[in-house]
Design a protein around this ligand. Structure first.
Ligand SMILES: Nc1nc2c(ncn2[C@@H]2O[C@H](COP(=O)(O)OP(=O)(O)OP(=O)(O)O)[C@@H](O)[C@H]2O)c(=O)[nH]1
Ligand SMILES: [Mg+2]
Length: 341
């Protein structure tokens, strides 16, 4: 048995390190959040310490043949994994937390991390699971209007980018007394421009249209008069290479202070994985999930955090502007998982 301790900035990073070095058969033995001791630690971000173990297999040489025993072991492994998925499970399995999380749709690696050492979802089990999910999701990152000005919203078509911008703008204007300018780079559809203009009129916020990056730079002096400039973009299918490349160029030269990748909670995890892969070039973005009111299953949110390794910011929970938006608290996800327990 090989046992190793990994120190990383967050759980997702630790999991990736473990998977890369020990492979998918590794199990988590222990996890902990650590802070450097003394005064220095106060000013540093905490890290996570994860101890993982894996059976020691001698390295396979090319000449080595796969034995019948190996095949049987593999078959058993696959059988064990698929019984969880296919529902041909014993009553014992049904009671386990692993079963519950896998059945809920959470990726195997994330399930392993969250469920390790929890036998039952009794009060104590729920408490530990809640803490683990909280640590995994991390605190929601609020839009920082003190430091940040140009804020860009990107994401697939129809997820709710424009509506979310209207919600955020309303809250900034009405509750925080901020001066907000709305900008749209969504020039391909007249209706999209009109949609933002309507919100701008209601809120008393100016709406500008930029056709290209040069027009954005030309508007720079105007931006100085506002606390925040929220920039809407046309939804892009992640399969449309041309439109994704246009966005790449825009982001490269736009010098935005913050970027939000908007995704719908109703999108299948497999599709989200692909979208996240296509938007990898954005780099330093925050996840924002929409349409939580349209599904009771938030597994895709946990999976997306795992795939992207990015922090979460807001959840939107309906079509009503400005009310249907909230900070992305992990409680919302926990409640949906332990519902009925
Ligand atoms: N149920 C629900 N509907 C939402 C939510 N957010 C937005 N919508 C609806 O989703 C639809 C699309 O919203 P938009 O804001 O136009 O989406 P978009 O991402 O800007 O769309 P494109 O610009 O076409 O890419 C509208 O009918 C919105 O009312 C939400 O949190 N829940
Ligand atoms: Mg839009």
């Amino acid at each position: 048995m090989k046992v190793k301790k990994y120190i990383a900035n967050d759980y997702q990073e630790a999991l990736r390190m473990i998977k890369a070095e020990m492979g998918s058969n590794a199990v988590i033995l222990h996890q902990n959040r650590i802070k450097e001791k003394g005064l220095k630690g106060l000013f540093k971000k905490s890290k996570v310490e994860v101890v993982a173990a894996v059976e020691d297999f001698p390295p396979m040489t090319v000449k080595e043949t796969v034995t019948k025993k190996d095949i049987n072991e593999l078959k058993n492994l696959i059988k064990n994994m698929t019984t969880y998925k296919n529902g041909h499970d014993t009553q014992e399995q049904e009671k386990t937390v692993v079963y519950k999380l896998i059945n809920y749709g959470i990726e195997k690696e994330v399930t392993q991390l969250l469920s390790d050492g929890i036998d039952d979802l009794d009060n104590n089990g729920i408490k530990i699971l809640k803490q683990r999910i909280e640590a995994f999701v991390g605190p929601p990152q609020k839009l920082n209007t003190e430091k940040n000005k140009k804020i860009l919203f990107v994401g697939p078509t129809g997820v709710g980018k424009t509506t979310t911008i209207a919600k955020i703008a309303s809250n900034l204007i009405l509750n925080e007394n901020k001066k907000v300018m709305l900008l749209t780079a969504d020039i391909f559809r007249i209706a999209a421009v009109e949609q933002l203009k309507t919100y701008g009129e209601i809120l008393g916020a100016p709406v500008k249209i930029v056709n290209n990056i040069f027009e954005l730079h030309r508007l720079q002096p105007e931006f100085e008069k506002y606390d925040v400039v929220l920039i809407d973009t046309a939804g892009r299918s992640h399969k449309d290479e041309t439109r994704i490349n246009e966005l790449k160029t825009f982001i490269k030269y736009a010098n935005c202070d913050e970027i939000y990748l908007c995704l719908s909670a109703t999108t299948k995890s497999e599709d989200l994985k692909e979208v996240i892969r296509k938007y990898e070039f954005v780099g330093n973005y925050k996840l924002l999930f929409t349409k939580l009111d349209e599904t009771d299953n938030y597994s895709s949110i946990l999976n997306a955090i795992y795939y992207s390794g990015r922090p979460i910011s807001y959840f939107t929970i309906g079509q009503i502007v400005p009310d249907d938006i909230t900070l992305a608290e992990s409680d919302i996800i926990v409640s949906s998982i332990v519902k009925g327990n």
